[in-house]
Design a binder for this molecule. Structure first.
Ligand code: PBG
Length: 322
């Protein structure tokens, strides 16, 4: 039976009706808010390529974390940017490294807020790669103990979740084992499982000062043409002990989010990355689009594709509108 009996427009006649039948809703509890912490005092340095995003020293990170919590956002994702970088990324796993200090301060100020530590070496190495080098090549197995050590120091500083973003093979198992050995059996791992080698990370590399000094990340991050490989990567992470799984970036990878959602039972996280954020901001600043409207549409569509949680720089702005 079709028209004139069926008229789908009947349910679109008023805002109240549309609201009643909406299938996908957003809430502040869907969001994870990324923060970039730097050393020094009273630093609040704008990132030119990410309007509204800042490099923050610890006390400003704490203030921003409080604002997120007050708006009902349950968690923040921390990236540390040390003053000292070296070939081994030693500040990544130092007990009093910048990210470990920020974790301690946030947990002391807002204990209910969940602090997620991004675990990767790229912000900490002088060459900007996500692992240590051997013969000009990112060495997988030599990197694993360093990622494990970073995870342990972050968990001991009070991190509630450990989120490895490096894409080394076997890192989830290595991190799980290291956490368990220090009796951190209750700390979950959020695995960047399907992380693509993407041009959409451009602005992040300014924010995190983590651009590779030679070559690129295609030798460890995934090729944008692949989706079966995303399922394989995710299956390996689940087997190794991941508690949450992630697809990154989000917008060009909606089919991957859907495929991962259908295949696995774990909570699925999508990372609405820096380039996706900055494109909206740039177009809105030019008056070409309605930035707030695009933001809400994008966040809704990422949830509709199958993500339970969204890591987004829009978190505060979007939570204010909800
Ligand atoms: C690596 C990491 C990156 C992002 C999150 N973790 C950058 C990269 O892989 O080059 C990108 C996030 C974004 O673009 O918003 N530690």
């Amino acid at each position: 039976m079709a028209y004139p009996v069926h008229r789908p427009r009947r349910l679109r006649r008023s805002a109240a009706l549309r609201d009643m039948v909406r299938e996908t809703r957003l809430a502040p509890s869907d969001f994870i808010y990324p923060l970039f912490v730097v050393e020094g005092r009273d630093v609040r340095r704008p990132i030119a390529s990410m309007p509204g995003v800042f490099n923050l020293s610890v006390e400003h990170v704490v203030a921003e974390a409080k604002r997120a919590h007050a708006l009902g956002i349950p968690s923040v994702l921390l990236f540390g940017i040390p003053d000292h970088k070296d070939a081994q990324g030693s500040q990544a796993y130092a007990r009093d490294g910048i990210v470990q200090r920020a974790i301690r301060e946030i947990k002391a100020a807002v204990p209910e807020l969940q602090v997620i530590a991004d675990v990767c070496l790229c912000e900490y190495t002088d060459h900007g790669h996500c692992g240590v080098l051997e013969g000009g090549h990112v060495a997988n197995d030599a990197t694993l103990p360093l990622l494990a050590q970073m995870s342990v120091t972050c968990a001991q500083a009070g991190a509630d979740i450990i989120a490895p973003s490096d894409m080394m093979d076997g890192r989830i198992a290595a991190i799980r084992k290291a956490l368990d050995e220090v009796k951190m059996t209750e700390v979950p791992i959020m695995a960047y499982s399907a992380k693509y080698a993407s041009g959409f990370y451009g602005p992040f590399r300014e924010a995190a000062q983590s651009a590779p000094q030679f070559g690129d990340r295609r030798g460890y991050q995934m090729d944008p043409g692949n989706v079966r490989e995303a399922l394989k990567e995710t299956a390996l992470d689940v087997e190794e002990g991941a508690d949450l799984i992630m697809v990154k970036p989000a917008l060009s990878y909606m089919d991957v989010i859907r495929a991962v959602r259908e295949r696995f039972e774990l909570p699925v996280v999508a990372y609405n990355v820096s380039g996706e954020y900055s494109m909206v901001k740039a177009a809105a600043q030019n008056g070409w689009v309605d930035g707030e409207r695009l933001m809400m549409e994008i966040l809704t569509s990422i949830r509709r594709a199958g993500a339970d949680l969204i890591i987004t720089y829009h978190a505060l702005e979007a939570a204010k509108l909800l």
